[in-house]
Design a protein around this ligand. Structure first.
Ligand code: PMP
Length: 367
C-alpha cells in the first residue's frame, strides 16, 4: 500500500480513500466502456447517467424539496459571489441586498455584490472576525432582495450553529466549507451554494441549489454561463460542465450515504472538533483560539501557539514537528497566521486523534 500523509488542508482537501481507489480503478475504463470519464462527451447518455446519479444522491442526502433546482457550475465559490447578485438582486425593484459579514469570504461576496446593486451590511462592522453579531443587533432592510451569509468562514473558523431568521426574506448561504457536514433544512433557504473541494469532492465544480420561483430575474449583464435560468433549463449542460469533478462528487456522495449521511457526518464532526477544542481549552492559553465559543467552527480550527497572538518561532517548530509525523497543511491562512486544522468529512477520527496526541505532546514539552 502507498504511504499517505494525514492531510488537514483547508481545501482542496483530503478525499476518502475508497473514492480515490474507485477513480483509479476506472481511470482507463469507466463501467467497462473502454474509456475514461475524462474522455467522455458531456452529451453522452453515459455522462448524463453520472450527472443524474450525482443530483439524485444530493437530493436524497439533503432531502431537497421538489421545487428546488440543483446545478453543477464552474467558476468556484467566487463565481457565485457574482452569480448570486447577478441573478437575485433584481428580485425586488430597489436592487438592494442584505449581507452578514463575518469573515474573509462573506466580505468578498459583499464587495462583489456592490458592483450590481446596493449592499446593506446588517450589523455594526466587526473589528475582528471572531464572532457572529447578536441577531438582536441586525437591521434587515424589508426591501432587500435577499439576505446573504457565509455558514462557515474557512479562514477565521467562524461557523453559524443556527439558521438566521429573516422574517420571510429570501435567505442565501455560502456553505462551501461545511456542506454536508451536518443536516440542513433546505426549505428555509432561497439559495445554497458550495464549492466541492472541501467536503464533497475536488476543485472545479460548485453546487447551486435554488428555489425555482427565484429564477428568471437575471440582470442583463450576467454572463450566460452564470445565468441560473439558462443553466437550470439545460440541466447544467448549457456548455461543457466540469465532468470529472461531477463524477468525483458522485463518488463522495455515495461514500457519505454509505457512512450514514449528514446526521452521521455531524456526529463524527462534533466528536473530532471536540478533541481539538478540548485540548485548546485545557492548555491555559498555550494554544489560543480567538473565536468566541458560541461560533467555533467544527470544520476549520484556527489557533495560535505559545501565547495569545502566537509565538512565531514556536509555531514554526509545531509545523515542522507535525510534518515529521506525517501531518501536513496545518499552516494558518496567510492573513491570520498561526495554525489551522481543517477537519472535513474525509478526515477520520484517527487522523484527528493523531493531531490531538501531538498537540498534547508539544504542550507538555513547552509549557
Ligand atoms: N467561500 C468559502 C467559504 C470558501 O472557503 C472559499 C474558498 N476557500 C470560497 C468561497 C471561494 O471558493 P473558490 O476558491 O472555489 O472560488
Amino acid at each position: 500500500e502507498q504511504k499517505r500523509v494525514i492531510n488537514f488542508c483547508a481545501g482542496p482537501a483530503k478525499l476518502p480513500q475508497t473514492v480515490l481507489l474507485q477513480a483509479q480503478k476506472e481511470m482507463l475504463s469507466h463501467n467497462d466502456l473502454g474509456f475514461s470519464v475524462l474522455e467522455m462527451s458531456h452529451r453522452s447518455s453515459d455522462f448524463v447517467k453520472i450527472l443524474n446519479k450525482t443530483e439524485s444522491l444530493l437530493r436524497e442526502l439533503l432531502n431537497i424539496p421538489a421545487n428546488y433546482k440543483v446545478m453543477f457550475l464552474q467558476g468556484g465559490g467566487s463565481g457565485q459571489f457574482s452569480a448570486v447578485p447577478l441573478n437575485l438582486i433584481g428580485l425586488k425593484e430597489d436592487k438592494c441586498a442584505d449581507y452578514l459579514v463575518t469573515g474573509t469570504w462573506s466580505a468578498k461576496a459583499a464587495k462583489e455584490a456592490e458592483k450590481y446593486g446596493k449592499v446593506n451590511i446588517v450589523h455594526p462592522k466587526l473589528d475582528s472576525y471572531t464572532k457572529i453579531p447578536d441577531p438582536g443587533s441586525w437591521t434587515l432592510n424589508p426591501s432587500a432582495s435577499y439576505v446573504y451569509y457565509c455558514a462557515n468562514e474557512t479562514v477565521h473558523g467562524v461557523e453559524y450553529n443556527f439558521t438566521p431568521e429573516t422574517n420571510g426574506a429570501v435567505l442565501v448561504s455560502d456553505m462551501s466549507s461545511n456542506f454536508l457536514s451536518r443536516p440542513v433544512d433546505v426549505s428555509k433557504f432561497g439559495l445554497i451554494f458550495a464549492g466541492a473541494q472541501k467536503n464533497v469532492g475536488c476543485a472545479g465544480v460548485t453546487v447551486v441549489i435554488v428555489r425555482e420561483d427565484l429564477i428568471g430575474h437575471t440582470l442583463k449583464e450576467c454572463p450566460i454561463v452564470l445565468d441560473y435560468k439558462v443553466q437550470a433549463e439545460n440541466n447544467s449542460l448549457y456548455n461543457t460542465p466540469p465532468c470529472f469533478s461531477i463524477y468525483i462528487m458522485g463518488l463522495v456522495l455515495e461514500w457519505i450515504k454509505n457512512n450514514g449521511g449528514s446526521a452521521a457526518m455531524e456526529t463524527l464532526n462534533k466528536q473530532k472538533s471536540s478533541i481539538i477544542y478540548d485540548i485548546i481549552n485545557a492548555s491555559k492559553g498555550f494554544f489560543d483560539c480567538p473565536v468566541d465559543v458560541s461560533c467555533r467552527s467544527r470544520m476549520n480550527i484556527p489557533f495560535r501557539v505559545g501565547k495569545k497572538g502566537g509565538d512565531e518561532a514556536l509555531e514554526k517548530e509545531f509545523l515542522d514537528g507535525a510534518s515529521k509525523r506525517g501531518m501536513i497543511s496545518l499552516k494558518g491562512h496567510r492573513s491570520v497566521g498561526g495554525i489551522r486544522a481543517s477537519l472535513y468529512n474525509a478526515v477520520t477520527l484517527e487522523d484527528t486523534e493523531a493531531l490531538g496526541a501531538y498537540m498534547k505532546e508539544f504542550l507538555k514539552e513547552h509549557q
